[in-house]
Design a protein around this ligand. Structure first.
Ligand code: XMP
Length: 476
């Protein structure tokens, strides 16, 4: 009986065990469409999310990711107020970075003229008490400055013919950008929905290559980690987040399932259940919780996880994804998106996860070394690093909210480690490498989209893995 259990144990495939077998391609990699779903109602422009960890996702990383079509999941290893503050900062950040470029109502026109010349602009918005009252143009300033260089610019605005008279808000910022790119206006004031000045968009900002991921009001999208037991926190965050991502190490637990059922009844945002790693966990989740808008998949596969050593439990992320996708398909829930979470280090791993049925991938290690990750930069022996720690490491657990996620802390067991990762520079660069790699991977598989990858991808194995890195001496 026990011997049978061992000898019948299934072989659980992980990233290094298989490769994508190239297929017939009809598109160039740059034509591949990598748009996908993060959750039932949230689309991503690129299939990438960040891990909710206190050395990874705060507002800075979430903003940078959303500006490039991905999504950040803000960590919860902090007070509700701190988490709310981070989420609000993302929502209040303009979807195209703006500059504080304006004239104050009482500013002398000679000074405003100088600013316009320095910036090489024709028009400038004029602000009074935080509101845009109009625009002035260089021509008008020149005219008035001749008579009285100290004349307050506000007095000119009333008679100004400078464009635009139309107000642009965060919701229609894309139109403002188009106007700027097409040369109709050269400095547009963007306001919030209640008319307060947010910033100015000029050609310099409009030319930057951003593909912002925005909600229906034009604000950047952001998700937040939550414990299914923490309804109070969810209620506080609900107004500002697009989705809640369950942040529980072992979601397949009767109490967690029941708590999630109650939470989902109480909140109006998408709820992504996790972490799960098996077919059975998904079946139980689908039967217990009325609506699940996504699954976060992977148990013990993270780079900082020691769950397999400490507890003996582990499902390789690739295997977990395939198991969850099968369960969803078998139960008529094939449209529910899966986030592959843990152990994804390269774009190649991401392609394999997507090919095994994931809709997006979640990255902790990869983002931990970027400028925007929420840990300080450290220099050691002339090299730069950033701290990275598991949310069930001793350090992270010392903070209150990690207690919820890894209940075994009551037994004083850490399931994560703390360390340093090499500094990688801006996240936009790392993201671009990943997206390009994923597109190229889809290209090899002969797929034009992630959905097509699910159908077309074939996996192959080798007896022993030889990568070019094994065969040529390492350069560093
Ligand atoms: P990577 O490989 O991207 O994995 O660094 C990040 C994911 O690891 C999970 N996580 C943990 N798992 N102990 C664990 O067993 C931990 O302390 C821990 N902290 C994070 C989490 O799913 C994350 O997204």
């Amino acid at each position: 009986m026990f011997r049978e259990k061992l000898s019948n144990a299934p072989y659980m495939t992980s990233f290094d065990d298989v490769y994508i077998v190239p297929g017939r391609a009809s598109l160039e990699p740059r034509e591949v469409d990598v748009r996908t779903r993060f959750s039932s109602s949230i689309e991503l422009l690129v299939p990438i999310a960040s891990s909710p960890m206190d050395t990874v996702t705060g507002s800075e990383l979430a903003i940078a990711l959303a500006l490039h079509g991905a999504i950040g999941v803000v960590h919860r290893n902090c007070s509700v107020d701190e988490q709310l503050e981070m989420v609000k900062r993302v929502k209040e950040f303009p979807p195209y970075p703006l500059r504080a470029l304006y004239a104050e109502f009482n500013e002398p026109c000679s000074r405003v003229l100088e600013s316009l010349r320095n910036e090489g602009l024709r028009d400038l918005p004029v602000i009074r008490d935080g509101r845009v009252v109009g625009y002035v143009s260089v021509t008008e300033l020149l005219e008035h400055c001749r008579d009285n260089p100290l004349k307050p610019v506000g007095e000119i605005v009333a008679k100004s013919s400078a464009k635009p008279h139309r107000l642009f808000t965060l919701a229609n910022i894309r139109e403002a950008r188009r106007e700027v790119l097409e040369g109709r206006i050269d400095a547009v004031a963007i306001t919030s929905s209640d008319g307060m000045y947010v910033g100015t968009l000029t050609l310099r900002e409009a030319l930057e290559e951003y593909t912002p991921l925005t909600d229906d009001d034009g604000r950047l999208r952001v998700a937040a980690a939550i414990s299914p037991f923490d309804v109070a926190r969810a209620k506080v965050l609900e107004r500002y987040v697009d989705a809640f991502v369950s942040d529980v190490a072992h979601f397949h637990n009767v109490n967690v399932l029941k708590a999630s059922r109650n939470l989902v009844r109480d909140i109006s945002r998408d709820f992504i259940a996790g972490n799960v790693g098996t077919y059975e966990a998904v079946v139980d989740a689908l039967t217990t919780i009325e609506v699940v808008h996504g699954f976060r998949v992977g148990i013990g596969g993270g780079s900082i996880c020691i769950t397999s050593e400490v507890c003996g439990a582990y499902v390789p992320t690739l295997w977990a994804v395939a198991s969850v996708r099968d369960a969803l398909e078998d139960h008529g829930a094939g449209s529910i998106p899966i986030i592959a979470d843990g152990g994804i280090r390269t774009p190649g791993d991401a392609v394999k996860a997507l090919a095994a049925g994931a809709s997006s991938v979640m990255l902790g290690y990869v983002f931990a070394g970027t400028d925007e990750a929420c840990a300080p930069l450290i220099a050691i022996g002339g090299r730069l690093y950033k701290p990275y720690r598991g949310m069930a490491s001793r350090g992270a657990m010392a903070r209150r909210y990690a207690l919820d996620r890894y209940a075994r802390i009551s037994k004083r067991i850490a399931e994560g480690i703390e360390g340093l990762v090499p500094y990688r520079g801006p996240v936009s660069k790392v993201l671009r490498e990943f997206v390009e790699g994923i597109k190229a991977g889809l290209g090899y598989a002969g797929a034009s989209s992630i959905k097509e990858l699910w159908e077309k991808a074939r996996f192959g194995r080798t007896l022993k893995k030889y990568t070019p890195q094994d065969l040529i001496p390492r350069l560093r």
